[in-house]
Design a protein around this ligand. Sequence first.
Ligand code: NAP
Length: 354
Amino acid sequence: MGCAAGEPAALRDVTEGGGIARATTGPEDAVTASGGMRAAVMRRVGGPEVLAVADVPLPGAADGQSLVDVTYAGINFDDIERRAGDGPTPELPAVLGVDVVGRRRRDGRRVVVLMRHGGGYAQVAAATDAHSVEVPDDISDEQAIGVFEQGATAYGALTLAGRVRPGESVVVSAAAGGVGHLAVQLAVALGARPVIGIASTEAKRAFVRDLGADHALEPGADVRDVTGGRGVDLVIDATGGDSTRALLGGVALFGRLVSYGWRAATPDRGVVTVSTEDLTDRSIGCAGFWMRHVVDDRPVLEAITDELFGYARKGLLHAHIDRIVPLDRVGEAHAAIADRRTTGKVLVDVRREG
Ligand SMILES: NC(=O)c1ccc[n+]([C@@H]2O[C@H](COP(=O)([O-])OP(=O)(O)OC[C@H]3O[C@@H](n4cnc5c(N)ncnc54)[C@H](OP(=O)(O)O)[C@@H]3O)[C@@H](O)[C@H]2O)c1
């Protein structure tokens, strides 16, 4: 394989570094010598057009890593922020993509992998074994990657951080999104009632109701209106800013809010400050959740993934796949997510172009 026309040099290496996977430049024949692959490479911060497919050498597998022939890579909101320069800027050129599903070369097993440092938008990934989980035969590639990273985030936020109990009321913000649509289904499966989803359009709210939510409200709505004035026991929130403040105001006495995300594009990054006085005033609690801490704890990662696959098997959890784009149209998918046009999970089929 040669370089795309106009490439100054081939990309020589895609390895896990200190941040996002970095693709360094090198001599063009290095691609051919190492056996190359196709990857969507980001060379600069900017719009979706900065993601361009190129021939790059295969990644090297370090100790504790295995090469995986990728079927699908997930597109996560974090990728959109990094590409746009709203999140931590990766060392460039870089290959984004933090979750993949595919076949591990050393044993032929199907695995889902959390690629902490990126490298997912590529035909072959150097997967850290401790961050890889085998996929049971009765779970499809699409469902495995659909419920894995975003499902573990939803499940961790509801259970590890939110300590949800059956019969409690739960509100999920951004409920039509990749994490949110799984959080709605999991809250229902865990026995929460009522389950309330927040989404910005009527079409998204209809989707959220179809997922099993008892109510679907627009951002900024007062959840006390659908809970007899009492408020909700648990808020699972990834929006930040005014909508988080509105949701905080609707937390019932002894209720909790779990924050797992915000919007890096806003000047204050959407971070909401809560004082101990605020907490004591209404006997409420605030907690945070970061998937990284699940990934760092292998028994917890395995236990949560088992639960997710179990719910999927019973039909209680289904990843809605909004679209699957070929590798050279990953930018289009980025634009759709940034424009809030997607529901559920967005995948890249790294084996296809055109
Ligand atoms: N803590 C963790 O470990 C962890 C793990 C994964 C993801 N996250 C975070 O969780 C959040 C959701 O991730 P995701 O993968 O589910 O994202 P997603 O599928 O893109 O969903 C995000 C949702 O956010 C809403 N939204 C609100 N303001 C937006 C804006 N300015 N631009 C685009 N969307 C906006 C949209 O719903 P509406 O149009 O209905 O408002 C959209 O459906 C992100 O902030 C992400 O960084 C955190």
